[in-house]
Structure formats: structure tokens, C-alpha cells
Write a protein that binds this ligand. Structure first.
Ligand code: CP
Ligand code: NVA
Length: 316
């Protein structure tokens, strides 16, 4: 899908938060917040009446799959679930052919893939918006829900200090992009060899982002407003489990860490959690944790994304 040069988000792809302007990033958050408020007040705007998306999953999902489906339903639209087993893309037929079939039936495609290149190939060929539901490189929809949660928790985003402790993976890379858009300060702590993507980091710094990469997780957490972690062994990395468990020794977040945060500091995790690895169950269920608010906000953030890309009503 080509990107139209106007200030509407209609018909745009969402593969990376870095493709947005800061105004567009905030516009999606504001739309998500407005739709959440309307839902809670009992208002049921059918903004996606007669609208259909396809959802393609190469790997497992609870939150992304459920919330895109529920968001479509609650806004009056419909979703079609396609797993790799159903369509065999790239095997039974090419991604290009899949794109040219789907674009004749649906108004948008959300896809979760292993390789990020699969998503860009899909977006290149599909004449409808393509949304990244997680690739090996990025997880933009997760970070929109997370920043929605931060907006509700703290009000402002640009004075936050966020510590991401763990693997420099897809979630971490999208943290880099989100902090850049919001003007938040980001400290990443990861063992050597598990750094965030250098290209993502370079581009963020070129946009003036305040991002440091440290080797001491406790130093990163010290005084932070947000302590965030993700699994050490992402989907597709299972064969490296032992090497990773060794490398991340000392990175297991327990409630004991929370006393080192700022007085308003919160704990976040995108889920699923691997208890005993990146964090303990006590951390997720601690009073400082906003983990299930994040999960709830996946629904409202998906609504903001869908309305932004599939209707012409959201302008930056
Ligand atoms: N956080 C997240 O994307 O969860 P799922 O993998 O369950 O979709
Ligand atoms: N980094 C994790 C995120 C899951 C939502 C993974 O890719 O498996």
C-alpha cells in the first residue's frame, strides 16, 4: 500500500511506529482513549460497519488475536482468521498471490509473521492497509497499548523515564520507536549480544531520541518511572533457550526491585510471562504492576489503529 501524502491516516500501513510522525502517533493514542471512554460510557459507535479484516497468524497469540477480533466486532465490523495451516502462504501459494486475493475481499490485513520481510512483502503487494501484529523485528500495536496505559497512569509521556530490562527483541525495538515518538527517555539493559536492532536505534537517535544501552539492569531500573520486561525466549528462539537462560542471569525482576524505582514507578510486561525467567509471578500480581491494564488496553488501542487506518476520520 503506498502512503498518501496528507494528514489522514486512512489507507496507511502500520508496520513500524517509526513510519509515523509524532502527531500521528499521538492521534492514534487520542483516538484509542476516546473510543475507550465511549465504550465505558455505553456508547457503541459502529464506525467499521460493513468492514472486514483478515488476520494471518504464523505463530501463536492470545491477546493480539482476541483483541483485533473483538475490536472489529464491537465497532460493527468482521474479521476472518487465517492461520499458516489454513493458507500455507509462501508454500501453497506466494505471498504476492495471497495479497492480491485478500485485497479483493477485505478492507485491511493484520499479520503476525516470523520474518519482518514477509510483512513488507505483503504490504508491498496488498492494496489495503497492512498492520503488523508482531514480527521478529517489531511489535508496534503492543507499544500503542502500553503508551495508552502510560497516558492513563501518568498523564504526560514526555517526562517519563522508562527502563526496558531484558532481550533487545521485537518489543524492545518498538520501545525505541515509541519513546522517540513520545519524547520519553529510554534506558535499555541487556547482556552483550542481545542488543536492540542497530538500525532501529540509529534511526531513533537521528530523530533526537534519548536512549541508552546499559549492561547493568539494576542501574537501568534505578529511579525509573516504568520498569518493563519481555520474555528472554521469544517465539522462534526456542532452540537457544539454554544459552539465553545463562546470558540473562541476574535479569529476573522480583518485587524487591520496585523499591529502586521512582516513587510513582510501575511494572509492565506485554505477556505472556515466563515465570522464573524474566520476572516472577509476584511481580506481575504486585500492586505496582499495571500488566493487566496493558492487556485490557490492547483492545482499545486496536480500535484506535483500525479506525485510523480504515476510516478517514482520524487526522494528525
Ligand atoms: N502481547 C502479545 O502480543 O500477546 P499475544 O502473543 O498473546 O498476542
Ligand atoms: N518477544 C515476544 C513477544 C510476544 C508477544 C515474542 O516474540 O515471542
Amino acid at each position: 500500500m503506498s502512503q498518501p501524502p496528507n494528514n489522514s491516516l486512512r489507507d496507511r500501513d502500520l508496520l513500524s511506529l517509526a513510519d509515523l510522525t509524532s502527531g500521528e502517533f499521538h492521534a492514534i493514542l487520542d483516538e484509542s482513549l476516546a473510543l475507550k471512554r465511549r465504550w465505558k460510557e455505553g456508547d457503541r459507535p459502529q464506525l467499521l460497519d460493513n468492514t472486514t479484516i483478515a488476520m494471518i497468524f504464523e505463530k501463536q497469540s492470545l491477546r493480539t488475536r482476541s483483541t483485533f477480533d473483538i475490536a472489529m466486532y464491537q465497532l460493527g465490523g468482521h474479521s476472518v482468521l487465517l492461520s499458516q495451516n489454513y493458507i500455507g502462504w509462501g508454500v501453497r501459494e506466494t505471498i504476492r498471490d495471497v495479497a492480491h486475493n485478500l485485497e479483493r475481499w477485505v478492507d485491511g490485513i493484520m499479520a503476525r509473521t516470523y520474518g519482518h520481510a514477509t510483512l513488507t512483502e505483503l504490504a508491498e503487494h496488498a492494496d489495503v492497509p497492512v498492520i503488523n501484529g508482531l514480527s521478529d523485528l517489531l511489535h508496534p500495536c503492543q507499544l500503542l497499548a502500553d503508551y495508552l496505559t502510560l497516558k492513563e497512569t501518568f498523564g504526560r509521556l514526555d517526562d517519563l523515564t522508562i527502563a526496558f530490562v531484558g532481550d533487545g527483541n521485537n518489543v524492545c525495538n518498538s520501545h525505541v520507536n515509541a519513546a522517540t515518538q513520545a519524547g520519553a527517555s529510554l534506558r535499555i539493559a541487556c547482556p552483550e549480544g542481545f542488543d536492540p536492532n542497530p538500525g532501529v536505534l540509529r534511526a531513533a537517535r537521528a530523530r533526537g531520541a534519548e536512549i541508552s544501552v546499559l549492561r547493568d539492569p539494576r542501574e537501568a531500573a534505578s529511579g525509573a518511572d516504568v520498569l518493563y520486561t519481555d520474555v528472554w525466549i521469544s517465539m522462534g528462539h526456542e532452540e537457544e533457550s539454554e544459552r539465553r537462560r545463562k546470558a540473562f542471569k541476574g535479569y529476573t525482576i522480583t518485587p524487591e526491585w520496585f523499591s529502586e524505582l521512582s516513587s510513582r514507578g510501575v511494572f509492565m510486561h506485554d505477556l505472556p510471562a515466563h515465570y522464573g525467567e524474566e520476572c516472577t509471578e509476584e511481580a506481575v500480581y504486585h500492586e505496582r504492576s499495571v500488566v493487566f491494564d496493558q492487556a485490557e488496553n490492547r483492545l482499545h488501542a486496536q480500535k484506535g489503529v483500525l479506525v485510523s487506518l480504515l476510516t478517514g476520520t482520524v487526522e494528525a
